[in-house]
Design a protein around this ligand. Structure first.
Ligand SMILES: Nc1nc2c(c(=O)[nH]1)N[C@H]1C(S)=C(S)[C@@H](COP(=O)(O)O)O[C@H]1N2
Ligand SMILES: [Mo]
Length: 347
C-alpha cells in the first residue's frame, strides 16, 4: 500500500492559514510542518539580535532579552492548541470567518518560562486586574486601520504557573509561522489567547477592551439574542481519525480510532455511533499522557453489511463538560463542539 504524504491543507495565502490533516493527529506530537497555522496578518519579520520583550509596569517598567528569559527556570508542556473557529465550516448556517473543517488543532510541546517568573522581583499591586499581551503583527481589521493583535488575560490566569512564555515548539526554536522568537502559551484556553510574536506585556488596572478581546472572540447570540460571552476555555471535543471521510472499507472488523480533549475538565467516556447518532456505544478510552494533552480512544466495529454509514463520536466529562449531541450555533462560529461525523462505505 502506498502512503499518501501528509501536508498542511492551505485555506488562505495572505494571511497564511492552513489546517492540520486529521491523520497527523494520531501521533503523540503533531510534527511542526503539519501543525495548523492561524494568522490574522502577515507574519512579522523579527531580527532576533534586536528583539527584546518590553514589560510595561508603570514606574517599574523594564525590558528583557531572549537570553535573559532563557536563564529563568524553564518548563515544557504538551498542550492542545485549538483555534476557537475549529469546526466552523460544519455549522449550519456557516458563519462568516475562516472556514475551518476540523484541523484547526495541533498537539504540541512548548518550552519556556512561566510568565510570573519575569515579575519575581516586582510586587504586583492589588490594582492590577489583567495583563495585556501585544503581538508584533499588524494590519487592517474590517478593511480599516492598522491594528495589532492584542489581548489580555485576567491576572490570576496570567500568573498561573503553567502560563508560559515559550521560545521552543517540539524541541526546536519557534518557526516564524508559530510566533518566533517568543509566544505566550495558555493551556486549556482556545489558542487566540496564545499570542504569537510577543513584543510587549503590560500590567493593566482596567480590563482591556480592544478589537480582538471585545468585538472578536465572543460567542454572539449563543445564549440568546444580544448575548455575547467571551471565548475562553476549550470546549470538549472528540474526533474520528480513522477511518477517514469518504473511505471505502471492506466488510468485517473495522478498527475505529480517534482523540478527545477538553479545557474544561477531565473526560470519563467517549461514545461512538455508526448510524449517524441514533445508537451510541462506549469506546475504549486510554488515560491522557500529559495534563493538557489528548485522550486516545478506539472501538472495534463489526461492519457486516454493505452500505453507507455515518460514524460519529462524542465525549463525556465529569465536570459538566460533556459534548452536546447537537451543535450550538453562534454568529461568529466559535466553539462548535457538536459530534464529529465521518461518512464511509462498506463494500
Ligand atoms: N500575534 C498573534 N498571535 C496569535 C494570532 C495572530 O494572528 N497574531 N492568532 C491566534 C489564533 S486565533 C490562533 S488559533 C493561534 C494559532 O497558533 P498557530 O498558528 O501556532 O497554530 O495563534 C493565536 N495567536
Ligand atoms: Mo484561532
Amino acid at each position: 500500500m502506498t502512503k499518501k504524504k501528509l501536508s498542511l491543507i492551505p485555506l488562505s495565502e495572505n494571511p497564511y492559514n492552513a489546517e492540520t490533516p486529521l491523520s497527523a493527529l494520531r501521533y503523540d506530537l503533531t510534527p511542526i510542518n503539519l501543525a495548523y497555522v492561524r494568522n490574522h496578518f502577515d507574519v512579522p519579520t523579527i531580527d532576533k539580535s534586536e528583539w527584546s520583550l518590553e514589560v510595561a509596569a508603570g514606574t517599574n517598567s523594564f525590558s528583557i532579552s531572549l537570553t535573559e528569559l532563557q536563564m529563568l527556570p524553564t518548563q515544557t508542556l504538551t498542550i492542545v492548541l485549538e483555534c476557537a473557529g475549529n469546526g466552523r465550516k460544519s455549522m449550519n448556517p456557516v458563519p462568516e470567518g475562516t472556514a475551518w473543517e476540523y484541523g484547526a488543532i495541533s498537539i504540541v510541546e512548548f518550552t519556556g518560562t512561566a510568565l510570573r517568573n519575569i515579575f519575581s522581583d516586582l510586587e504586583i499591586s492589588k490594582f492590577i486586574v489583567e495583563v495585556g499581551f501585544h503581538g508584533a503583527d499588524r494590519g487592517k481589521v474590517n478593511g480599516k486601520g492598522n491594528e495589532s493583535f492584542i489581548r489580555s488575560l485576567p491576572i490570576d490566569v496570567a500568573l498561573d504557573s503553567n502560563t508560559i512564555l515559550a521560545w521552543e515548539m517540539n524541541g526546536q526554536a519557534l518557526t516564524p509561522d508559530h510566533g518566533f522568537p517568543l509566544r505566550l502559551v495558555v493551556p486549556n484556553w482556545y489558542a487566540m489567547a496564545s499570542i504569537k510574536w510577543l513584543e510587549k506585556v503590560e500590567l493593566l488596572t482596567e480590563p482591556y477592551k480592544g478589537y480582538f478581546q471585545y468585538d472578536d472572540y465572543v460567542y454572539v447570540d449563543e445564549q440568546g439574542p444580544n448575548q455575547s460571552d467571551p471565548v475562553r476555555h476549550i470546549r470538549t471535543r472528540s474526533l474520528i481519525i480513522s477511518p477517514s471521510e469518504g473511505q471505502a472499507l471492506n466488510k468485517g472488523e473495522v478498527k475505529m480510532a480517534g482523540i478527545a480533549w477538553s479545557g474544561e475538565g477531565p473526560l470519563t467516556q467517549v461514545e461512538v455511533s455508526v448510524d449517524g447518532g441514533r445508537i451510541w456505544s462506549e469506546a475504549d478510552l486510554e488515560p491522557k499522557k500529559s495534563q493538557y494533552g489528548v485522550y486516545h480512544w478506539s472501538y472495534t466495529w463489526q461492519a457486516d453489511e454493505q452500505g453507507e454509514y455515518t460514524l460519529a463520536t462524542r465525549a463525556k466529562g465529569s465536570a459538566g463538560n460533556s459534548q452536546p449531541s447537537i451543535q450550538i450555533w453562534n454568529r461568529k462560529g466559535y466553539g462548535n463542539n457538536g459530534p464529529h461525523e465521518v461518512v464511509v462505505t462498506v463494500t
